[in-house]
Design a protein around this ligand. Sequence first.
Ligand SMILES: *Cc1c(COP(=O)(O)O)cnc(C)c1O
Length: 382
Amino acid sequence: MNKPIIPYGRQHIDQIDIDTVINTLTADFLTQGPKVSEFEEKFAKYVGSKYAVAVSNATAGLHIAVMALGLKPGERVITTPITFAASANCVRYCGGEVWFADIDPNTYTLSLESTQKLIESKPKGFFKGIIPVDFAGLPVDLEQFRTLANEHDLWIIEDACHAPGGYFTDSKGQKQHCGNGAYANIGIFSFHPVKHIACGEGGMVTTNDEALYNKLSKLRTHGITKDNMSENHGGWYYEMQELGYNYRLTDIQSALGITQLEKNDVGVVRRNEIAENYKEAFNGKIKFQSLPKGTYNAHHLFVIEVENRKALYDYLREEGIFAQIHYIPIHTLPYYKKIGYENADLKNAEQYYSRCISLPMYPSLTDKEQEYVIDKVLNFIK
Ligand SMILES: *Cc1c(COP(=O)(O)O)cnc(C)c1O
């Protein structure tokens, strides 16, 4: 085999996707049309939530989620340091303070114990919400976070950007799909091409709460509504009731989202096959993300930990394998350092970051390509 170029993630676009986008281009609506609501309805059905609001990207979704939950300047929210910066930035957009709890050293997701410790170290009412992240595709046990949140009167936003199709099993033995709103107030998904469902840019906000749904819908479109007007105005009449944004998804993107969504289950099965191959090859030699019982990992990423991470990264690049690091801990990014996180004590997150590397993981990765990746990794560590 010639030296390949193997990225860590890649979208999969087929002829059905192409045809549907082309058809939408000649339809009546390029935006604010029927494809958007069709995508919302199908997505809600897929994850098992009552409502879904399509947005221009997941970052916009996180922003209006925090707004809809009523966060005021100076109020505090807990999240994990091992996630994309957007999971924390949404709190800053609303003038809130981000507090980081540590990760679990084996699942790499927000540690329940660390979160509980942080909450209990402060007076009641100090925190307003928690944003757990289904990191790498591994669903967080939101039932446990809900119990903690209820004790302290907190809301939960599940950042499920990595995990459409994943689920955990709750104490009643029920499968709880990511973003279904059973335990979190709001779920967030991204349709950036490196994620499961590619729209170019795009996102979805899910909830079971009608009042939140109405707020989210309004905030996505400038804070404007035509619903429930008190008087009988003319047909043109609308009200801008609060300061919202233009965070809409187009019909072109929604059409692509619909056909991409239809392939998600097949893609997640393939991702799990790839994960099993990695695990079989690395078992006992290399540490990888552990899988709690009853949990189905949607596998946006496959992360391993190694001693000499930078050397492995460089070596793999030389061999045409573009592995990636997820993530630089948020509290160590210059912006967050500057606003006071310099001395945050997050040992598990920092230890993890010094060792982590994400290997190629996407449905169209071939067995042959994966064997090549495994060969190179094993060759490096021996
Ligand atoms: C990708 C990602 C986001 C942001 O998604 P965009 O659609 O690019 O705005 C937020 N949180 C997590 C965990 C992500 O991986």
